[in-house]
Ligand binder design. Structure first.
Ligand code: ADP
Length: 223
C-alpha cells in the first residue's frame, strides 16, 4: 500500500507547520522539518551536529548537501516507516533534485497566501522550542496562556518574525522555492489550497481535495 510521502509548500506564514501538525495526527505520520532535525543533531552533539553549530554560529547557511543528508537519514529511519510530511524542505532545486530520488514524494500540498497576509499573520506567531506553533489571536494555547499545550514549554516569538525580516524571507521564497511548483508539475501530484481562510477551513478544504485522490480517499474513509 502507498504510504503518505507528503511535502507541504508555501510562503512563511501560510500555515505549513499548523496544517502539517493536523495531518500528522490524521494519518499517523511523522512531521519532518529541517529546523527541528538540526536542533536535535546539535543537542545530541554528533560530529555533524558540531559542524552545523559552527556554521550557524558563524551566521552562515547550512549547505544543501548537509540538509539533504539529515533529511535522508530521518526519512529512512524507523519513525518514518508509516509515512511522513516535510515542511520547510525542499527549499530550492538543489534540495528538490536529490530528494526526488531518495524521498519519492507522492503529494505536494501547496498553501497559497499573499505576502501582505503573511506579514500580518506572522507578527502574532508564537512557538515553543519543540516547534509547536500558536497564534495570539487565531490559535492561542488552550491550557495556560504563554505556555505550550503539548509540553508545557514557554512560548516565544521568533527573532526573524519582524515585518522587515519576513519580507526578506518572502523574497527568497518567491525566487528559490516557488519555482519548485513548476518543476514538480510533471512529476508529482499537486493540490493547491487557499490559505487565507481560517485554520479549520483550510484544513477542511485540504482534506476535501485529498479525498478526490483515490489511494488517499480510502485511508481517509477508514476514520
Ligand atoms: P508556516 O509554517 O507556513 O510558516 P505556521 O504554521 O507557523 O506557518 O503559521 C504561521 C502563524 O499563523 C502561526 O502563528 C499560526 O498559528 C497562524 N496560522 C496558521 N494558519 C492560519 C490561518 N489559516 N489563519 C490564521 N492564522 C493562521
Amino acid at each position: 500500500m502507498n504510504r503518505p510521502r507528503f511535502v507541504i509548500l508555501g510562503p512563511q506564514g501560510a500555515g505549513k507547520g499548523t496544517q502539517a501538525g493536523r495531518l500528522v495526527h490524521r494519518f499517523h505520520i511523522t512531521h519532518i522539518y529541517p529546523g527541528q532535525i538540526i536542533r536535535d543533531e546539535m543537542t545530541a552533539g554528533t560530529a555533524l551536529g558540531k559542524k552545523v553549530a559552527k556554521t550557524m554560529n558563524a551566521g552562515k547557511l547550512i549547505p544543501n548537501r548537509i540538509t539533504n543528508r539529515l533529511i535522508r537519514e530521518r526519512i529512512e529511519s524507523k519513525i518514518c516507516q508509516s509515512g511522513w510530511i516535510t515542511d520547510g524542505y525542499p527549499r530550492n532545486l538543489a534540495q528538490a533534485k536529490p530528494f526526488q530520488k531518495f524521498g519519492h514524494p507522492n503529494l505536494i500540498i501547496h498553501l497559497h497566501l499573499t505576502d501582505d497576509a503573511a506579514v500580518k499573520r506572522l507578527s502574532g506567531r508564537r512557538m515553543c522550542s519543540r516547534g509547536h506553533v500558536y497564534h495570539l489571536q487565531h490559535d492561542p494555547p488552550k491550557k495556560r496562556r504563554g505556555y505550550c499545550d503539548h509540553d508545557g514549554l514557554k512560548l516565544f516569538q521568533r527573532e526573524d518574525d519582524t515585518p522587515q525580516a519576513i519580507r526578506k524571507r518572502l523574497h527568497i521564497y518567491h525566487h528559490e522555492t516557488e519555482p519548485l511548483l513548476h518543476w514538480y508539475k510533471e512529476k508529482v501530484l499537486i493540490i493547491t489550497v487557499d490559505a487565507h481562510k481560517s485554520i479549520p477551513l483550510v484544513y477542511r478544504d485540504m482534506i476535501a481535495k485529498m479525498k478526490r485522490i483515490s489511494w488517499l480517499s480510502s485511508r481517509l474513509d477508514q476514520k
